[in-house]
Write a protein that binds this ligand. Structure first.
Ligand code: HEC
Length: 154
């Protein structure tokens, strides 16, 4: 009896901790290496989505509206994730120090991507390739703009 009540309590505490997003935004990762690994993993997947959409936009792969919709939905969900892994103390990877020196500019660039992803999703919903192509171009520009300022050139 006692046992199960305690377990119930710790479960609800865990659920509570998960919903406290401000605390998560401060220290969601055990250390810098874990944050770098997480963000690079998500960004890599974003790169894969971007490439497959680029193929469609350039007419090198057939346009399947339902497939593109599903792809864009996953892409959009991914595009919201890496930024929580750039909090102070996670300097490194291939990110430039400017990420932490100009956090507002970096946050604005991440925010612009969210706007572009919403527009891309709306374009995918129309089922018109021309719209998808245009919106994808804007999305890719927002990736590039951030990389130009905040990603190490190799
Ligand atoms: C707000 C800034 C920003 C935006 C927007 C952004 N990136 Fe990046 N990206 C970075 C930074 C910084 C790194 C380096 C991260 C690191 O190594 O710690 C990176 C790294 C990457 C990598 C390399 C990941 C690896 O394997 O190490 C890929 C791929 C990538 N981004 C794709 C994209 C795509 C595709 C988009 C747009 C849909 C995008 N990025 C938008 C900042 C951004």
């Amino acid at each position: 009896m006692m046992k199960s009540r305690v377990r119930g309590l710790s479960l609800s505490l865990a659920a509570l901790a998960l919903t406290q997003t401000p605390a998560m935004a401060e220290a969601p990762f055990p250390d810098a290496a874990a944050a770098v690994e997480y963000r690079q993993g998500v960004l890599k997947q974003m790169g894969e989505h971007s490439q497959s959409l680029a193929e469609v936009a350039r007419g090198r792969a057939p346009y399947d509206p339902e497939q593109v919709k599903a792809d864009v939905a996953e892409f959009r969900a991914l595009a919201a994730k890496p930024w929580q892994a750039f909090h102070p103390g996670t300097e490194g990877g291939n990110a430039r120090p400017e990420v932490w020196r100009e956090p507002q500019k970096f946050a604005d660039a991440a925010q612009l991507l969210q706007t572009r992803m919403a527009e891309l999703e709306a374009a995918a919903d129309t089922g018109e390739l021309a719209r998808v192509r245009e919106a994808f171009g804007h999305t890719a520009n927002s990736c590039r703009a951030c990389h130009d300022s905040f990603r190490q050139r190799r």
